[in-house]
Design a protein. Structure first.
Length: 62
């Protein structure tokens, strides 16, 4: 987060609770995405996920 915001403005500060909230929401998003990606791979009768599974999962999510 600090690296990204540094490109916009230097010296930005963040509360530790804000960083924790961002991490929690990011992890939840990625876990759900990987679950959907895995279901797409299973539907295609594969055990290994591929990038096309992730693309399909994201497209189905809207």
């Amino acid at each position: 987060i600090r690296e990204i915001t540094a490109s916009f403005k230097n010296g930005m500060r963040f509360q530790s609770a804000a960083i924790g909230a961002l991490q929690e929401s990011t992890e939840s998003f990625l876990i759900a995405l990987f679950e959907d990606t895995n279901l797409c791979a299973i539907h295609a009768k594969r055990v290994t996920i591929q990038s096309k599974d992730t693309q399909l999962a994201r497209r189905l999510r809207g």
